[in-house]
Design a protein around this ligand. Structure first.
Ligand SMILES: [Cu+2]
Length: 190
C-alpha cells in the first residue's frame, strides 16, 4: 500500500499525520466560524440610553434578538412601536452602577406589555434589580420580581408583564443602596 511506504519513509505513523491534518482543519474551521459569527449585530441600545456602548457585555445570551419590539426599535408612544409579548418579550438593557444608580433611571413601558430587562453591573459593587408595583418595591416585599447578586460585568435577565394599574418602580435592595437613591421609575405609556 502506498500509505505504508510513505509512513515508512518519514518514520511517522500515517495515523499521526492524519490526526494532525484533522486537528488543523478543525482549528481553521473554528477560526473561520468565529470570524463570521463573532461579530455581534448591533447591540441593543436605545436612544434613551446615553453613553451606553456596552455591546458584548451581555452574558445571558439568547435574549438579544433585535427583533420586533426590541430596544433598537421605536420606543413606547412612538409610531411603529411593537410591544413585547409573553412569547416575544421586548428586551431593555439596564446598567447598575458604578455608584448607586441605574441607567436609565426612567424606563418607558407600554401598558400590558412583557419586557425582559437585561441588567448589567458596572463597577465592583454587587447589585440587585427589583421591579414591580411601587409600594412593593419600596417595601422590598417578598414575591416582587427580583434578580439578586449581579456581580461586576455580569448580566442577568428578568422578565415581567406590566398588566396592572401601576405605578411601577425598580430598585436595588442591597443594604443601603435603596436609601442611597438606587431606584428608578417605569413610565407606563398609554
Ligand atoms: Cu445596588
Amino acid at each position: 500500500m502506498n500509505e505504508d511506504r510513505s509512513a515508512a519513509r518519514t518514520g511517522i505513523p500515517m495515523w499521526v499525520l492524519f490526526l494532525v491534518a484533522v486537528v488543523a482543519l478543525v482549528i481553521a474551521t473554528a477560526a473561520l466560524t468565529a470570524t463570521l459569527l463573532g461579530r455581534p449585530s448591533s447591540p441593543v441600545v436605545g436612544g434613551w440610553m446615553p453613553g451606553s456602548g456596552s455591546g458584548g457585555m451581555m452574558g445571558g445570551g439568547g435574549m438579544m434578538g433585535g427583533g420586533p419590539g426590541s430596544a433598537t426599535g421605536p420606543q413606547p408612544g412612538e409610531s411603529g412601536f411593537v410591544p413585547g409579548t409573553a412569547a416575544s418579550p421586548r428586551t431593555i438593557q439596564v446598567v447598575a452602577g458604578p455608584g448607586f444608580a441605574f441607567s436609565p433611571s426612567t424606563i418607558a413601558v407600554a401598558r400590558g406589555e412583557t419586557v425582559t430587562f437585561l441588567v448589567t453591573t458596572k463597577g465592583p459593587t454587587v447589585h440587585e434589580f427589583m421591579v414591580g408595583p411601587a409600594d412593593a418595591v419600596a417595601a422590598d416585599r417578598d414575591g416582587t420580581p427580583e434578580i439578586a447578586d449581579i456581580g461586576m460585568m455580569q448580566t442577568k435577565p428578568l422578565t415581567c408583564t406590566f398588566d396592572g394599574p401601576g405605578p411601577y418602580t425598580f430598585a436595588c435592595h442591597v443594604d443601603g443602596h435603596f436609601e442611597a437613591g438606587m431606584r428608578g421609575v417605569i413610565s407606563l405609556v398609554r
